[in-house]
Design a protein around this ligand. Sequence first.
Ligand SMILES: Nc1ncnc2c1ncn2[C@@H]1O[C@H](COP(=O)(O)OP(=O)(O)OP(=O)(O)O)[C@@H](O)[C@H]1O
Ligand SMILES: [Mg+2]
Length: 340
Amino acid sequence: MAVQKYGLDLGTENIKLSHVSQGMILCEKNLVAVRKKQGIVAFGDAAYDIYERSSEAIRVTYPVCQGVIAGLTDMKQALDLFLKKAKCSNGFISGNAFYFSVPSDVTEVEKRAFFDVALSSHFKSKDAFIVEKPMAALLGEGVDLPRCAGAMLIDIGAGTTEVSVLAQGGIVKSRLLKMGGNTITDQIRQEVKERYDLLIGRKTAENLKLTLGSAIPKGRSSCTVPGRHMITGLPAQANVDARVVEVCVRRVMKAVAAEARNMMERVPPEIIHSVLDTGILVTGGASQTADLETFLTQELSLPVRMSDHPVESTAVGLTKVMSDPSLSGLAYSVRESIFS
Ligand SMILES: Nc1ncnc2c1ncn2[C@@H]1O[C@H](COP(=O)(O)OP(=O)(O)OP(=O)(O)O)[C@@H](O)[C@H]1O
Ligand SMILES: [Mg+2]
């Protein structure tokens, strides 16, 4: 039996698994619920169901923070549960090979954590490889990376935004911003607290973002949300104006656009001309924000192309690296890079 290859995009909010020949096999919240002395009692979307609703005895946490593994023990245990749920091979006969997408702008120590996760898996990791996230995402968008004369990619995830310029099969420049869709959600919580004296949960703020959020101001609607009054401490509700949410969306998206402009000033003009031909590719879950295409086109004065599968593009790109021998050079063994 041949070595089974799995692509793993361990995101701050969502975990995406792909298989070399089956394609996407799982996409769930990258979240665990842990009870003291008992271990993980729920994971993935099921853990999200009890998020902010569980007793104090249960800790519900995200093992990945701003694109890197922060809770190593939780991530190791959760990964095996996700692999089992996706009915992955146990690698008993020939082992498995794991291909991780990792932001390019992180330290060797942070990369090593991915190797540790793979090595401790019960799914018999024969080897672990790293593919820089922007390369995987660009391949996932259908770009012929080895022959591409110049492309710019903006991946707006949950905890990070990666702005990268790629050319001739490599990364010319990449910058990781520690902000994304979750930053917008956190800011909405803060604004509602300050303007309405109301404490709201993260899920409520997320719903507000999805219902009222837009990168171009519309400001015509509002939404009533439950929470706890800051002064009385009693249950209360507020009718939140769309403009409050839009301010938070625009603040983050303006910072993203500023970074893209900044990047454009730092790469050779020849490459930028090719970027103009392709258009700036925008992916990642938060790129689904309403009217973001119009907003970025205005801010950057350049053509923008929005992904039509933004949450999965990186994992889809990993599938291409795993299956196409001409792309195998884009993956490097974590073992070699760390111990050489
Ligand atoms: N329709 C939508 N409008 C706006 N934001 C959205 C929408 N759908 C999902 N999101 C946001 O997308 C983010 C999740 O995207 P994604 O799965 O790409 O992140 P991730 O890969 O887990 O994070 P990261 O790459 O930063 O580690 C969340 O912040 C979520 O709120
Ligand atoms: Mg991501």
